[in-house]
Design a protein around this ligand. Structure first.
Ligand code: GCU
Length: 421
C-alpha cells in the first residue's frame, strides 16, 4: 500500500458499517477535514503480493490485473472491435475554416450490421507536409454544436431526442467555446469528434438503444456487462480504426481527450487501447481522474444513483464503500503509462474534486518512474493557472467553473507540442 494517509484496522471496521443508500443517494461532502484516513492500492504490487520492479513485470503481469479489475468492477466488458468496419465519406471540403482546413464527415459502421452509424467530423490543417497529429474526443450535443460551420451535418431529430437543454441548448455552434477549432488547426493539429448519442444515448433505457442494442442482441446482461461510458470509449476506438486509414492523419499521434463524463470516457479509451498516443482528462471528476476514497463532491453512490447506465452493475457494490474498491482512480491514470497523460481541473468544480484529480497523478507517478519518467510527488496541487509538466505528466487547475475552455486547450496544445510534434 502506498501512503497518502495511513489506513488503520480500526477505521476500516468503522467504514464497513456505513450503509449504502436506499432510494436516494448520500449527501455530498466538501469538507477536506472530514476525509477519513485512507490508503491507495499500490499499482506496483501484484495481487499475489509481489512487488513490481521492472517494466516487463508491470506490462505483462500487473497492468493486465488492473485492467481486468476496472473492466469487471466498474466499466464492464466491452466487445472486441469489429473485424470489418465500413467507412463512408459523406461530405468533404478543402475550404473549411477560411480554407485553413479540410473538413470530412465520415459515417462509420461495421459488418453491414449497423445501419444506424456514427458520424465522425474531422478537420485537418491544410498545407502541412506531413500527416497531422490529431485530437479525438466525443461531443455532448451533436457535431453541429461544435462550430457555426453551416456544412456540419445535424444529427437526426431521433438522435437528439431525450436530451435536456439545461446546460447547452443543442443548436448550431452552441458549444463552440469548447471547441476552438481555428486555434487547434493553426497549431498544426487535426481534430475529430462524434456525438455521444451516435454510439449510446445518454439515458437509462435498459440498454436497448445505441450500440448496446446492436451488439448485445440476444445476450443476457450480467453484473459485468458494459455500460454507457464503456460504449462511448469503444466508439472512440472504432474511430481510431478510421483515423488510421485517413491519409491526412498521423495514426501514431492520436490524443484521446474528453470533458467531464466524456473525460471519464477518454481515460477508459486510453486504458483499453494503447494505440492512443496521449490521454487527456478535462474535469473528469468522480469515476474519472478523482480519487474515489476521498469521497469529496460526487461519490460512487451518487454517480450510480444518478447515472445507473454509465457503469456495470458490479460498481454498485462500492456505493458508500469506496474503501472496498480493489483499485482507485490513480490506477486508471497508470494504465496510460508510459504515454503522456494530462489531467485538468477547474477551481470552482468542487463536485469533481480538483484535488482528488491531481492526487491521481501523484498515485500513478511510481508507474511512470518505472519507465524512467519523472512524475508528481508533492501532495499539494499547484496554484490556480500554474500549469505543471513533469516527465510525461501534465496538470493544471483553471480558474472558473466545470467546463473546457480555451485556457485548457492552450495547455493541451503546448503539452502535445512536446510529445506529438
Ligand atoms: C454530472 C455528473 C458528473 C459528470 C458531469 C458531466 O455532473 O455528476 O459525474 O462528469 O455530469 O458529464 O458534465
Amino acid at each position: 500500500m502506498i501512503g497518502l494517509t495511513i489506513l488503520t484496522a480500526a477505521l476500516s471496521a468503522v467504514f464497513s458499517i456505513a450503509a449504502p443508500s436506499a432510494g436516494s443517494p448520500e449527501k455530498a461532502s466538501y469538507d477536506e477535514a472530514a476525509i477519513k484516513p485512507y490508503s491507495l492500492p499500490d499499482p506496483l504490487l501484484t495481487l499475489s503480493g509481489r512487488p513490481v520492479r521492472t517494466v516487463r513485470r508491470w506490462a505483462r503481469r500487473r497492468r493486465p490485473e488492473i485492467l481486468e479489475q476496472f473492466t469487471r468492477e466498474m466499466f464492464g466488458e466491452s466487445p472486441k472491435l469489429p473485424r470489418r468496419t465500413l467507412f463512408h465519406v459523406l461530405e468533404e471540403s478543402s475550404s473549411a475554416l477560411g480554407s485553413k482546413a479540410t473538413r470530412r464527415q465520415v459515417s462509420i459502421s461495421f459488418d453491414g450490421e449497423w445501419t444506424d452509424s456514427l458520424v465522425l467530423l474531422i478537420y485537418t490543417p491544410n498545407g502541412l507536409d506531413e500527416p497531422a497529429p490529431c485530437f479525438l474526443g466525443v461531443n455532448f450535443w451533436g457535431n453541429w454544436t461544435v462550430s457555426t460551420d453551416p456544412a456540419i451535418l445535424k444529427p437526426s431529430a431521433a438522435r437528439l431526442q431525450g436530451y435536456g437543454t439545461k446546460q447547452i441548448r443543442p443548436d448550431r455552434g452552441a458549444s463552440q467555446s469548447r471547441w476552438p477549432l481555428e486555434e487547434i488547426i493553426s497549431r498544426g493539429y487535426a481534430v475529430a469528434t462524434f456525438y455521444r448519442g451516435d454510439i449510446d444515448p445518454d439515458f437509462d433505457d435498459g440498454f436497448k438503444n445505441g450500440v448496446h442494442g446492436v451488439l448485445d442482441k440476444g445476450k443476457e446482461r450480467d453484473a459485468e456487462s458494459w455500460g454507457t461510458v464503456a460504449a462511448w470509449a469503444w466508439g472512440l476506438r472504432l474511430c481510431l480504426d478510421y483515423l488510421e486509414k485517413d491519409p491526412d492523419i498521423d495514426e501514431g499521434k492520436v490524443a484521446v481527450f474528453g470533458h467531464s463524463r466524456l473525460g471519464k470516457t477518454a481515460l477508459w479509451a486510453g486504458a483499453t487501447d494503447r494505440r492512443f498516443a496521449m490521454v487527456i482528462s478535462n474535469c473528469s471528476g468522480c469515476s474519472g481522474a478523482a480519487i474515489s476514497r476521498r469521497r469529496i463532491g460526487e461519490t460512487v453512490d451518487i454517480i450510480n444513483y444518478k447515472f445507473p447506465h454509465w457503469f456495470c452493475t458490479n460498481y454498485r457494490k462500492y456505493n458508500c464503500r469506496e474503501w472496498d474498491l480493489p483499485f482507485d482512480e490513480h490506477e486508471l491514470i497508470a494504465l496510460a503509462a508510459p504515454r503522456p497523460v494530462y489531467v485538468a481541473s477547474a477551481s470552482e468544480d468542487n463536485w469533481a474534486d480538483p484535488k482528488g484529480e491531481y492526487l491521481s497523478l501523484v498515485g500513478a507517478s511510481p508507474v511512470y518512474a518505472l519507465y524512467g519518467y519523472e512524475g508528481f510527488t508533492s501532495y499539494v496541487p499547484p496554484g490556480i493557472e500554474q500549469p505543471v509538466v513533469a516527465g510525461r505528466m501534465g496538470y493544471h487547475i483553471r480558474r472558473g467553473k466545470h467546463d473546457i475552455a480555451l485556457y485548457d486547450w492552450l495547455r493541451y496544445l503546448d503539452f502535445a507540442d512536446r510529445f506529438l510534434k
